[in-house]
Design a protein around this ligand. Structure first.
Ligand code: SF4
Ligand code: SF4
Length: 462
């Protein structure tokens, strides 16, 4: 495998886990101290009784840890803790998590990933997370002005000062971190500024970019008193129509998404390969190398990445925490049985079986597989429903990155490193610049001070 793909993904990206399954656990449900304007999960509070404490009871926690470990086929078991904001539970809750993992670990290697907004981290957290080897994903959307556009606290105040303080705590204690950046309509318009801030100012070496796509409330949402539309049912795409493509004003635009990926890729491929690991690029390079999908969204089928709420309710996926997609409750049936039931298998297979012709005939099907069913709500060029809203952006990126990934894959097969691409790209840039016709509006090289087009175009002589 390449020198990339070397860092475990944060819980917000769902790795494909062989024959096992992956669970994203929400021990505090949707409760959070922030009030990010684009958050799709905060409103899930309405799915639970008003007097719910939203704290995972000890018996649910213990049963979950025992069953999750037992159900994993390999020698390594990865736990993913998310929210809401899981750090609101306090360090004590996670000390109990670690104690239970040791109790039921059965000699396996156990790892933990925690996704946090970072604002509640202090030295006690830093010491604990470092000691227990947690991988911490910190949500940060770029420079403060871009981050604070959407990520604010309950009083509408900027969250970036507290996030940066939390990140400093993690660095101080040597906690392994990655950054998760939600690409929305604001920050996606500034690719270089976002990328440079994350990599140069914050020193992030492991980056995730997650496209924000939410649709305005429809009939199904209103029935649940929710403000955002549930994603399309993967098995019923034929019933969908374009009316449901009304995305929220903060959702990234498909063209913007493609442009963002292309421009960040262009920066990365010239200066950061082998030093900075952008999850989407790593995973795609893997596809160009012929390896299997690294993330559920790019896999042919899905269904083995479930979400579990604080009370043990298990849902088909983190993006499908809705009554129609509830598989059952951990306290009523074994976790493995909930996940292996036919309706969940059908949920995952529908990802492949409902692909529109445009995807089936796409030259980048091997890399994309129609991406996530959550985003499949527009019509294809053949008029079929169920095309991915982000298709235009993904296609643009794949087309742009194809020659680079092809070259990198060849280098790796030759026993070289992917980073050997960088001098090749720079040399090609230089060659093209030298061969390019001069800019007729640029100053004339003779030094006259006049525009090239109004002068001689000859180089100055000494
Ligand atoms: S619906 Fe499928 S592809 Fe999309 S996030 Fe969930 S598991 Fe992954
Ligand atoms: S790039 Fe577009 S057409 Fe191709 S597989 Fe992805 S969503 Fe389908």
């Amino acid at each position: 495998m390449s020198e990339s793909v070397s860092h475990p993904p944060s819980p917000s990206a769902t790795p494909v886990t062989g024959r096992g399954f992956h669970a994203m656990v929400k021990p505090i449900g949707p409760i959070c101290n922030l009030d990010c304007k684009y958050c799709y999960y905060l409103e899930k509070e309405k799915l639970y009784p008003r007097n719910d404490r939203f704290r995972m009871p000890p018996e649910v926690l213990e049963r979950y840890i025992r069953e999750y470990i037992a159900a994993q086929p390999g020698p390594e078991v990865n736990f993913a803790w998310q929210g809401g904001e899981p750090t609101l539970l306090g360090v004590g809750f996670f000390e109990e998590v670690v104690a239970l993992e040791k109790k039921y670990g059965d000699g396996r290697k156990i790892t933990n990933a925690l996704q946090t907004n970072g604002t509640r981290l202090d030295d006690a957290w830093g010491e604990f997370l470092a000691r227990e080897g947690f991988l911490v994903g910190i949500s940060i959307d770029g420079p403060p002005d871009l981050h604070n556009t959407w990520r604010v606290d309950k009083r509408g105040r900027d969250s970036s000062p507290e996030v940066l303080r939390g990140l400093e705590v993690l660095h101080k204690h040597g906690v392994e971190t990655n950054t998760l950046t939600v690409l929305n309509r604001t920050n996606a318009a500034e690719p270089e500024r976002v990328y440079d801030y994350l990599t140069r100012e914050l020193g992030s070496k492991y980056l995730q970019f997650i496209p924000l796509v939410e649709r305005k409330a429809n009939t199904a949402a209103r029935a649940l008193e929710l403000d955002l539309a549930p994603p399309p049912d993967p098995s019923r795409t034929a019933a969908k129509d374009e009316a449901e493509a009304r995305v929220t004003p903060w959702s990234v635009l498909p063209s913007q998404f493609g442009e963002f990926l292309v421009r960040v890729f262009d920066r990365w491929v010239r200066r950061d390969v082998g030093q900075v690991f952008v999850q989407l690029f790593d995973v795609q390079l893997g596809h160009w190398m012929g390896s299997g999908p690294g993330l559920c969204v790019f896999a042919p089928t899905c269904g083995n990445a479930v979400a579990m709420e604080h009370n043990g309710d298990v849902y088909s996926c983190d993006h499908y925490v809705y009554p129609d997609f509830k598989l059952g409750n951990l306290m009523e049936a074994p976790l493995a049985d909930l996940i292996n039931q036919p309706r969940q298998v059908a949920f995952g297979d529908a990802k492949r079986d409902t692909l529109p012709r445009q995807c089936r005939e796409c030259r980048y099907l091997f890399a994309c597989h129609g991406e996530c069913p959550k985003h499949r709500f527009i019509r294809s060029k053949h008029g079929e429903p169920g095309l991915n809203y982000l298709c235009e952006g993904y296609y643009r990126f794949f087309e742009h990155a194809d020659p680079y990934f092809t070259a990198m894959a060849r280098l790796i097969r030759q026993g070289r490193t992917a980073s050997d691409i960088m001098p090749m790209v720079i040399e090609e840039d230089r060659r093209q610049a030298a061969a390019a016709p001069p800019n007729r509006n640029a100053p004339c090289p003779c030094g006259s001070g006049r525009k090239f087009k109004a002068c001689c175009g000859k180089a100055a002589t000494a």
